[in-house]
Design a protein around this ligand. Structure first.
Ligand code: PEP
Ligand code: MG
Length: 581
């Protein structure tokens, strides 16, 4: 009999295969007292282990396929940086010397101390960073204990085509497992925004996470279907079910082949409406994927990533060079540089910037609020962006604006920066468009006022949904409320699009909703004509746009907007997507 287990969708797609259980094994670490004469040797043993851990991780990094997105390497880099950090390299040495204890134990004490700091953090995203500490410490301890490397760090042809089941996977595990040709993976822990889930999506491996106690129900060798889209695992599927999923796999394959042909083709609806389809990037290296899918430029460059994982903030010159490289690499396509969006779940400089200690970080000193309160941080970025604008079409986008006074302050600062640059003999595009992220309900409700002051608007649904429904975007416990189809969210989106139309100001959407093909037709029906999406979803979105009739969708979109409860909205959306009237 087929049993269905429900977890959380981490990465779409279908995997069919046998279960291969990865037992990451608990490490048995005990304390023992060293003779005073052995302390130096123990410190040397510890440093050796850290060196080996670093080399192993560098080897993993080199094995990341060249065409994978830069954020994957960034996850491994975070672990490498931790292996350089004094909290993990120096503090254990002090413990070894002070307590005369063995290195494994010193690491355990240090890990417990670090983990308890993370656990006390209010921010759920930061709380999950304790996993990184645990992963890195376990890597060094395993070397100290001379435990064999995890089996999947060695080439193992038996893994090809299997569905890996584990309690949890580190980013390094995930990269290595992909290298072994696994078909999909299931983890007992983790939510949709955990690192493992993000990696699964970037690497295109079907994955289900958060399937609690899966190892109670599944045995090695069990035949399963991983339905990534539904977040479900079907155990021991009958022939009929298997055939259904094989057909779906074939369909997905055919779709990918069709999408490949869309590279370079215009993005135009069946009734001839041209659509702007741009890409979102986090790091300059992502530009390659943007070019690969022939996007109409970058609709959102999250510049805060340049400020993360470092002690010193990048100065004007470094920022200018970085932005300039991106602008030049895009070869004349527009680049929308979003100013620093720090605070809430994104902190920099050990938390000095970003209000992780305040009671409501998401409602606190974040993004433009932080920038306006720290001109020493904001001015160099504005100057760098202005200077980059001499090398190609640049647009400046300001996050989290909530009132027109903030818009006025940003415009005034920009005017001052222009004057300074002119005085200092720096070139820039005097007409560089300036736009607002519409991601706070107040901004959507006042979009008409914003449109009078600015050149364009970009809807950030990730935050707009969280602030409209008052549901934390990274808190699994309230995730069920996070609904892009909530009538309040749809009305605010509609209002913003209308305000842009009336003022003759372009309106784009750069939140995740724009990159989810389920909503593409609805958004077209609501009048959206500019999308900015993660590069790996761009061709899928283009395919939906190019097979849609924009004029006919208007009426059907109205039905979704009018539907009161969730099931009626979902049904209306399904009808719209299947082309029914
Ligand atoms: C958004 O809020 O929709 C957005 C695009 O910005 P971020 O996800 O970086 O907050
Ligand atoms: Mg946002």
């Amino acid at each position: 009999m087929t049993i269905a287990l429900q977890g959380i969708c981490a990465s779409k797609g279908v995997a069919i295969g046998h279960i291969y259980i990865v037992d990451r094994g608990q490490l048995d670490v005990n304390e023992y007292l060293l003779a005073a004469k052995d302390v130096d040797a123990e410190v040397a043993r510890f440093l050796d282990a850290v060196g080996i851990a670093r080399n192993d991780l560098r080897a993993v990094r080199e094995r990341i396929p060249a065409d994978t997105s830069a954020d994957i390497a960034a996850f491994i880099d975070t672990h490498l940086l931790m292996l350089e950090d004094s909290a993990l390299t120096k503090a254990p040495i002090q413990l070894i010397c002070a307590r005369r204890c063995n290195a494994e134990w010193a690491l355990k004490l240090q890990r417990d101390a670090l983990v308890s700091v993370f656990e006390e953090m209010d921010d759920p995203y930061l709380r999950t960073r304790k996993d990184d500490v645990e992963h890195v410490v376990a890597r060094i301890q395993r070397i100290l204990l001379r435990q064999d490397k995890l089996y999947h760090e060695k080439p193992d042809s038996r893994l090809a085509g299997q569905v890996v089941l584990a309690d949890d996977l580190t980013p390094a595990d995930t990269v290595l497992l992909l290298h072994q040709g696994i078909a999909g993976f299931i983890t007992e822990y983790g939510g949709p925004t955990s690192h493992t889930a993000i990696l699964g999506r970037s690497l295109g491996i079907p994955a289900v996470v958060g399937l609690h106690q899966a190892r109670l129900y599944l045995r090695s060798g069990d035949m399963v279907v991983v339905d990534g889209r539904a977040g479900a695992v079907l155990v021991d599927p009958d022939e009929h079910t298997l055939q259904h999923y094989r057909d779906r796999q074939q369909h997905i394959k055919d779709q990918h082949a069709l999408r490949d042909k869309l590279r370079g083709a215009p993005t135009r609806t069946l009734d001839g409406t041209d659509i702007v389809l741009q890409a979102n990037i986090e790091l300059p290296e992502d530009v390659d994927t943007v070019l690969d899918v022939s996007a109409d430029g970058v609709g959102l460059y999250r510049t805060e990533f340049l400020f993360m994982n470092r002690d010193e903030m990048p100065g004007e010159e470094e920022q200018y060079q970085t932005y300039r490289n991106v602008v030049e690499a895009l070869g004349g396509a527009p680049v929308t540089l979003r100013t620093l969006d720090m605070g809430a779940d994104k902190t920099i400089d050990g938390g000095r910037y970003g209000s992780s200690w305040c009671s409501n970080p998401a409602l606190g000193l974040r993004a433009v609020r932080l920038c306006l309160s720290e001109p020493a941080l904001f001015r160099p970025q504005l100057r760098a962006i202005l200077r980059a604008s001499q090398h190609g079409p640049v647009r400046l986008l300001v996050p989290m604006l909530s009132n027109t006074e903030e818009v006025g302050q940003v415009l005034q600062l920009l005017a001052e920066c222009r004057r300074e640059l002119q005085r200092d003999g720096h070139a820039f595009d005097a007409g560089m468009p300036v736009g607002a992220m519409v991601e706070v309900p107040a901004a959507a409700l006042c979009a008409d006022l914003f449109a009078r002051q600015l050149d364009f608007l970009s809807i950030g649904t990730n935050d707009l949904i969280q602030y409209t429904i008052a549901t934390d975007r990274v808190d699994d416990e309230v995730n069920y409320l996070y609904d892009p189809l909530h009538p309040a969210v749809l009305r605010l989106i509609k209002m913003t699009i209308k305000a842009g139309e009336s003022a003759g100001v372009s309106v784009s959407m750069c939140g995740e909703m724009a990159g989810n093909a389920r909503y593409t037709r609805l958004l077209l029906g609501m009048g959206l004509r500019e999308f900015s999406v993660p590069p790996n979803t761009l061709l899928e979105i283009k395919q939906v746009i190019n097979s849609s009739d924009a004029a006919a969708l208007g009426r059907m979109a109205q039905r979704v907007l009018r539907a009161g409860d969730w099931s009626k909205r979902a049904a209306a959306l399904d009808r719209l997507n299947s082309g029914g009237g």
